[in-house]
Design a protein around this ligand. Structure first.
Ligand code: DGY
Length: 319
């Protein structure tokens, strides 16, 4: 019987088809797996359902000789060495589309929390300070007529852009290459250079994948080009932002605030961010809705089934 290892508990309903057919083990690590822990737990697996925090490196893949498929429970896959998987003939799949709306919604939730001071408002009421209606209490900022700069107009970036229309914002975007005209039209977004995006945007929102080109794309030089009134939102991947440079930019008032769902060394958060009131923080919740996470579990199971049953077409395949 094939052995399927899931590196962390996921919504059980998605796993039913696998439980019926295979020897399924759902691991329950206290913290994030490291390479040795993963190898010890999954060295004899035929299929692995992995999380974005798992280091699926060449070493881990080499130490799992029976492995036929890695089904990543995320759309992003920067934690997986795709070339090493390809070289070993291991299929890699992911979970695109089903988490697009959840992540786009959460991007707006973080942005609104930051610019309308929702966190401070909640604290104010709970602490018993609400005695009367005040004319200048916790004033935030409008979004209407402001410019949203999207870095990475892919699935999630364009969903964020479409929501911007409802807020009456202008949208510009930067990609390595202009997006296809249909996506551009649906997003009502204008292609600009990275420098222009930094210069004109009131809100900069990151939605590109993490790779060698996007690593520390937001560094000291980038923050120096942003408006001092601008805010940064990151629901993509932490290492796209140089956190030390961000802390400095906030302290020097080169930018006005940041809303972050992801961190450079997750789950660690730079102390300068923890201490700063102009930063809203979340523990990587972009796709955290029951609907999205259930669909992600189903997709991983479908991919594992397809590979282990020898299907001709493997859904959601990357490699
Ligand atoms: C993903 O799927 O890559 C997201 O970061 C999960 O929230």
């Amino acid at each position: 019987m094939a052995r399927v290892v899931v590196t962390r508990p996921i919504i059980e309903e998605g796993l039913h088809p696998l439980r019926e057919r295979y020897d399924l083990e759902v691991l329950n690590p206290v913290d994030t797996w490291d390479e040795d822990g993963l190898i010890a737990a999954a060295h004899d697996a035929d299929a692995l359902i992995s999380m974005l925090s798992d280091p699926i490196t060449a070493r881990v893949l080499a130490a799992c000789p029976k492995l036929r498929v890695v089904a990543q429970y995320a759309v992003g896959y920067d934690n997986i060495d795709l070339e090493a998987a390809r070289a070993r003939g291991i299929v890699v799949t992911h979970t695109p589309d089903v988490l697009t709306d959840a992540t786009a919604d959460f991007t707006w939730a973080l942005l609104l929390t930051l610019i309308r001071k929702v966190r401070e408002a909640d604290r104010y009421v709970r602490e018993g300070h609400f005695k009367r209606w005040e004319t200048q209490l916790l004033l935030g900022h409008d979004l209407r007529d402001k410019t949203l700069g999207i870095v990475g107009l892919g699935r999630i970036g364009s969903a964020v852009a479409r929501r911007a229309l409802g807020f009456g914002m202008r949208v510009v975007y930067y990609n390595r290459r202009p997006a296809n005209p249909t996506v551009e039209r649906q997003s009502c977004a204008r292609y600009v250079s990275f420098d222009e995006l930094l210069a004109v945007s009131d809100v900069v929102s990151i939605h590109c994948p993490l790779n060698s080109e996007s690593y520390h794309l937001f560094n000291q030089a980038a923050f120096a080009k942003m408006k001092p009134t601008a805010v940064l939102v990151n629901t993509a991947r932490g290492p796209i932002v140089d956190e030390a440079a961000l802390v400095e930019a906030l302290e020097q008032e080169q930018i006005a605030g940041a809303a972050l769902d992801v961190f450079e060394q997750e789950p660690k958060v730079h102390p300068g961010l923890l201490e700063n009131d102009r930063v809203v923080l979340a523990p990587h919740l972009g796709s955290a809705t029951v609907e999205a996470r259930t669909a992600m579990a189903r997709m991983c199971a479908e991919a594992v089934l397809a590979v282990l049953e020898g299907a001709e077409k493997i859904p959601y395949r990357l490699v």
